[in-house]
Write a protein that binds this ligand. Sequence first.
Ligand code: ADP
Ligand code: MG
Length: 316
Amino acid sequence: MGGELAFIDRVRRLAGEPPAGQVWIGDDAAVIDGDLLFATDALVEGVHFDLSWSSAQDVGWKALAVNLSDLAAMGGTPRAAVAAIVVPPGRPGLADEVARGLVEGSRRWSCPLVGGDTVQGLELAVTVSVVGVPSAGGAVLRSGARVGELVFVTGEFGGAAAALRLFQDREARIASEGLTGASVAELGERLRRPEPKLGAGRAAAAAGASAMIDCSDGLAVDLARLCHASGVGVRVEASLMPTAIGATLDDALHGGEDYELCFTARDAARVKRAFDHHGLAAPRAIGRLRAGSLDLVMADGAVIPLPEWGWEHKVR
Ligand code: ADP
Ligand code: MG
């Protein structure tokens, strides 16, 4: 990850500063001229998925979902997507299956697939780009968090990481963790078919969220990114982390791929009202922003530095 972060920093310097009112490299989506949100993300076979546990249709679905998750993290609403598919030779029907998954997602999330590209390559890869529009109050950036505010998370964490472990060592895990068939299937869906939290993103924006990020790499590292972008510290309570059935605290903090949202806001009652109004479960407050360091309070009361590491694409 260090290499990737340093590279992104070099690209940011090369690309230069955006004009006033725009946001370029460094947030979940860019905010460009006319207040449009603009983002892209790629899924590559052997790095992000394996066709032994994911269908090509799932891959199409997920390629769109992870992009829409970045729009959700800005409090935005999708408008359109394009998809470039790299198709390996000798695997007929694969691209059609991917397209079916893309279109299934595009209907579900009201984000029409309006273009793309199809090229030959060594492995299956799907790159999606999306545009969207922010909520009335403007895009929610990573950088707006202030000392004293609460840290909220949507949904449950660690399910996707637990599913990946199950897929990689299936029989042993199911036996040792005592999971039922239904919970194994549910975990698998979290990894194969994540749901972008578009409604929650808009509810958070309506509740006056000061900063937001989607948890693609792991709650700990993604919350740390939000804190660094905002210049604040945090104290997170491990005991308050909503953890998926079958997942460990490590999965929940560092697993990634859950595509839940983490946001900061001052007024817990207003947050609850906004989520109620959207017909959504209230997000969980897991900590508070403060000046200084990023800390994690363990269940036994021990305080440790928030470990800033996460998902490193362990598929291959
Ligand atoms: P996310 O997980 O939200 O998609 P990433 O960690 O992939 O974000 O990227 C972090 C930031 O760096 C984003 O603003 C993204 O647009 C930018 N970025 C990543 N790779 C590149 C690249 N090759 N060129 C320009 N910007 C990039
Ligand atoms: Mg993101």
